[in-house]
Design a protein around this ligand. Structure first.
Ligand code: IVH
Length: 674
């Protein structure tokens, strides 16, 4: 076939396949049989084999997934990906509307209500209509570049239809279809692999696959609902935006509501609750948003969430079942947690066999007995918990459970710890060498949120500890290939991947190491704060509780816990072993306080409509230079950036003598401070 014939036939075929993909994945109305589709697809592949040099980047064949990656690159979001505040009752919804109305006193407000898709947030960057990047939310500021994986999502256009802005970041959720998730889990079980706990975990795991060919086989989809950075025009309201998405070939939620009053909002939330079971994705709430983009700009955001939108969280689903037994689990901090062993029951998409009973006190309060019928729900939609006993169904055969006085794992003494800050007494095993604690610490260290060591899950850790190969995290770095392959049912490839993961963890960011050490009260957020305050691990180790407490982001309980941990000679030796293994001890997040940025210590207030910048973009420029964008003018304000129709804030600035600048001056300041 000549090159020009190829081009004509190829583009026709590609177009036809795209049309069918859209009909199937975006609109949910397939227009041809699977077989006919497969024939078209095969023809396309055959054609491309003849002229591989002419394959276009937006060809449907490009979704099968390219070569495996070594890891994911961290990318800074052009505009941070914020979260949403939550409401749980109609009264809280009314309060929210009143709050926004107070911010916009003169305006008549209308709202959209959309499903809150329980997926994984994603930012898709299109340049000149072509999908060029897919970045996960990460910590909101920086995410992972998962472009090769998102390209495999068949319902996502590699090229947008129509005339679109030259830069267009679309934001939404990637999810796994309910039907696809059930099939995937069945397949995994049949192949002896662990089932995913829920569709969201399966989606996260799939997006983090280093081999896009595996991702390509998983039933991922995406629903888009928002914008990131844009160069060009976008619709003035959310309603029009959602229609616009569809016109570009992008999937938006199949139902949304436009509401004018609080009552309408509450009815829409109820209606959505009635229909959401019929969607092929999990939802955990409704999202209410101001319809007008211009009004949103005037509301602004807090550091966590926009003020113009809020989520309504539906009550978690519940199920009733029989509590067959109670067992005790020993965690990495030695805490003994009672676990309910249940008659398997289907709940919110998965079969539940075990649920937490939290702690002894909680169990007593609920008067839980073996043989009881209990109500369970998924707390935070992930960990199932026993919420209540249906006592009226008791027949007298139920047995009280006696909480053990010794650790069931190592038979050491247990003590009651009431210093947890949660108000609950925790019963703890005091033996740091307790195998359950050792396993827990290792699993935590390897976890994706900490040192992210692939393959270091429960099964591997149990085997390593069982074989006496690893007793603390530093010993991971001494493992040899033959030791790992000698473990039961361990293929050489998995063993090598695990060792590669351990090696790669040596250069992880310091906060991951600090979090991974499992210091009491030190979550990922605190670990990051610590690495912002101290240049390296040695400086952190040498700080006493008072010096730690002096840091802005660190409170007294954390300060004490951190200094106690590092004062323990056993932990000091552990750190020395990690140093010898070659781990990264320097903090890339460290801010010395005067080097953060040219605007550090400077507070700006933005008011009125600026000629070219959106308020959020101006705030971005300020924050990127270490400054703060505040919403109210005070004596402490350094500059007010005023645009057209600036009102009371401008007046207040003039009254207080705060310098007022316009956009041009502001941009000049930004430029000079590059
Ligand atoms: S709007 C500035 N709309 O829920 C953030 N978020 O719990 C604006 N989510 O961070 C988000 N469905 O990842 C929005 N229809 C929807 C959503 C949605 C799911 C996620 C999103 C958000 C999280 C907050």
């Amino acid at each position: 076939m000549s090159k020009s014939d190829f081009k004509t036939r190829h583009s026709k075929l590609a177009e036809e396949i795209r049309r069918h993909d859209k009909a199937y994945y975006v609109e949910g109305t397939p227009t041809i049989s699977d077989h006919a589709y497969d024939m078209l697809y095969r023809e396309l592949l055959d054609l491309e084999k003849e002229h591989p040099e002419m394959v276009t980047p937006d060809s449907p064949s490009q979704r099968v997934g390219g070569a495996p990656l070594d890891g994911f690159e961290s990318v800074r979001h052009a505009i941070p990906m914020k979260s949403l505040d939550n409401t749980y009752s109609p009264d809280e919804v009314r309060d929210f509307v009143k709050r926004v109305q107070k911010l916009l006193p003169e305006e008549e407000l209308d709202w959209t209500v959309e499903p809150k898709v329980d997926g994984v947030a994603i930012c898709l960057r299109y340049e000149n209509g072509m999908l060029v990047a897919g970045i996960t939310r990460g910590d909101g500021t920086t995410g992972d570049d998962v472009t090769e994986n998102v390209k495999t999502i068949r319902g996502l256009p590699l090229k947008l239809q129509g005339n679109v802005p030259s830069v267009l970041e679309l934001r939404g959720e990637v999810y796994m279809t309910r039907s696809g998730f059930a099939k995937l889990n069945d397949k995994r079980e049949a192949e002896g692999e662990e089932r995913f706990a829920n569709a969201r975990n399966a989606t996260t795991g799939t997006l983090k696959q280093l081999d896009p060919k595996i991702t390509a086989q998983r039933p991922l989809q995406a629903i888009l609902y928002g914008l990131g950075q844009v160069q060009g025009d976008t619709p003035p309201t959310q309603q029009e935006f959602l229609d616009w998405l569809k016109s570009m070939g992008v999937k938006a939620s199949e139902r949304n509501w436009l509401c004018k009053t609080e009552d309408e909002l509450i009815s829409a939330i109820d209606e959505l609750d009635q229909v959401r079971d019929g969607f092929d994705y999990e939802t955990d709430g409704a999202v209410m948003k101001l319809n007008s983009v211009a009004l949103r700009e005037r509301c602004g955001s807090t550091s966590k969430a926009p003020r113009w939108a809020i989520a309504y969280k539906y009550a978690p689903e519940q199920a009733e079942t029989v509590l067959k037994d109670i067992t005790i689990q020993v965690g990495r901090t030695g805490a003994l947690t009672p676990v309910a062993e249940l008659e398997p029951v289907f709940l919110a998409g998965t079969t539940v066999k075990r649920a937490t009973l939290h702690n002894e006190e909680d169990m007593r309060r609920k008067d839980v007995r073996i043989g009881d019928r209990v109500i369970i729900e998924k707390a935070g939609d992930i960990i199932p918990a026993v919420v209540k006993v249906t006592k009226e169904k008791r027949d007298g055969s139920e047995k009280e459970f006696v909480f053990p006085s010794k650790c069931p794992e190592c038979q050491s003494e247990v003590t009651k710890d009431s210093t947890t800050g949660s108000g609950n007494v925790v019963i703890r095993c005091q033996n740091p060498d307790c195998p359950a604690q050792v396993r827990g610490r290792l699993e935590h260290y390897c976890h994706r949120g900490a040192m992210d060591i692939e393959g270091g899950g429960e099964v591997m850790v149990r085997q390593l500890v069982g074989a006496g190969l690893v007793l603390d995290v530093s010993e991971l770095y001494k493992l040899k290939l033959d030791e790992v392959t000698a473990l039961e049912r361990m293929a050489e490839k998995s063993a090598q991947n695990f060792l590669d993961g351990i090696h790669a963890s040596k250069s992880r960011e310091l906060w991951r190491l600090i979090f991974g050490l499992g210091i009491l009260h030190v979550g990922a957020g605190v670990a990051k704060a610590l690495t912002r305050c101290f240049p390296d691990l040695d400086a952190l180790m040498d700080a006493n509780a008072d010096q730690l407490n002096e840091q802005d982001e660190i409170g007294p309980v954390i300060a004490q816990s951190v200094s106690n941990w590092f004062a323990d000679p056993f932990h000091r030796k552990l750190i020395e072993r990690l140093r010898k293994a070659g781990l990264e001890f320097n903090s890339s997040l460290f801010n010395s306080g005067n080097e953060i940025g040219p605007f550090t210590g400077k507070t700006f207030v933005l008011t009125g409509t600026l000629p070219t910048l959106k308020r959020s973009e101006a705030a971005e420029l300020i924050e990127a230079r270490g400054g703060k964008a505040s919403s109210s003018v005070s004596k402490k304000t350094h500059f007010v950036v005023a645009g057209e129709e600036a009102g009371s804030k401008l007046a207040k600035a003039e009254k207080l003598g705060v310098p007022v600048i316009d956009e041009a001056e502001f941009l000049k300041m930004c430029e000079e401070s590059q």
